[in-house]
Design a protein around this ligand. Sequence first.
Ligand SMILES: NC(=O)c1ccc[n+]([C@@H]2O[C@H](COP(=O)([O-])OP(=O)(O)OC[C@H]3O[C@@H](n4cnc5c(N)ncnc54)[C@H](O)[C@@H]3O)[C@@H](O)[C@H]2O)c1
Length: 363
Amino acid sequence: MTFVPYDRPVRAAFVGLGRIYDLNMRGYMANPDVEVVALVDPSEERRAQRQEDWPGAKVFASVAELAASGLEVDAVEALVPVGLHADVVVELLGHGWHVNLQKPLCTDLRGAARMLGTAAASGRVLRVMENYLFYEPLQKLKAIVESGEIGPVVGYHIKMVGTGLGGWEVPLSSLHWQLEEMKRGRGIMVFDDGWHKLATAIWLFGPVREVRAWIGSTEIVPGVEVDAPATIIWQHDNGVRGVWDITVADQMYLRSDYYTNDERWEITGRKGYARVNRCTGRGIQQPSLEVYADGEMRGYHALDDDWASSFRDSGRHWLRWLRTGEGPLLWSGEEAVDVLRFALAGYKSSAVGGIGVDPRQVG
Ligand SMILES: NC(=O)c1ccc[n+]([C@@H]2O[C@H](COP(=O)([O-])OP(=O)(O)OC[C@H]3O[C@@H](n4cnc5c(N)ncnc54)[C@H](O)[C@@H]3O)[C@@H](O)[C@H]2O)c1
């Protein structure tokens, strides 16, 4: 079935009204492309809290209740815990609704095949939102590299430090399912937050042909292990190599309006380099993007470097896409499977002592 754009505002439902709803909802606010018609969450407290944002929306405790109500819905913003992604997305697509799913797509290829298979069979669109692709300093970084300003790329690195102090409150209920995922080998650093770093790598330099990884663990409190230190290196099909350094610093304070994650991306070209100094947290208090070439350093001081804006713009992009059907989805389900394969290749490499693994070969 071919996708037919909507010639009226899209009727949308939020499914999952937890922590990240606070940022995802920004794409929907004051947006003429959408009408929010339903809110779904088993938590009565969350439903009441979010109803204040959308007084005209109907509230439901489950997707089944929404479906049974007969309310007309075109698309769903799916913001449920990762372990539920595959089942919930299959259910939503089965009701004939398009889905904008929070990353990660899911934790294994079987779940991915179920989701993409259901999307194809139902003729509905599954998008896996990747807000980092809408973070203006990263967009500018990509444009600078592609302009040739720093010369041909010779390599790049990504740094990520999970810090223990600062940031917004993360409810215990959100941490609870993250801990369960960690126990199942899908850690918060490499897999959950790491998904973004892997996605930006593919977005910047294209498909990956080989991954080598050494994934460690640190006990933060008795019984809770975080998947750091970890080092992951890879080579793209185009020959460019990336290195990703992941550490956890549980006693470090990081000023942040959101999660306490200190991040940077630095790309080296034959005649200069370009570096994004921060993203989720406030990190290095320099301009969010700096470019060095020909003996001069240029700082970009006026980019929209509020991490929340990337959620707003990703959401707006999706809703505009539903109205026009034009342009890339950023990301499609298939592109998200490439990110999943990249992560799985890292796990496989680490398990066998760090030898190279081709993401296309992981089964
Ligand atoms: N893009 C990012 O940077 C980013 C950041 C944080 C979280 N996330 C992703 O967002 C998703 C949600 O994370 P969160 O931190 O908001 O979690 P959360 O636990 O705070 O919220 C999840 C909500 O889903 C509800 N829920 C559970 N089962 C449900 C069901 N069957 N139907 C409807 N609602 C249900 C819960 O009651 C809860 O309110 C996850 O996929 C996570 O990986 C992405």
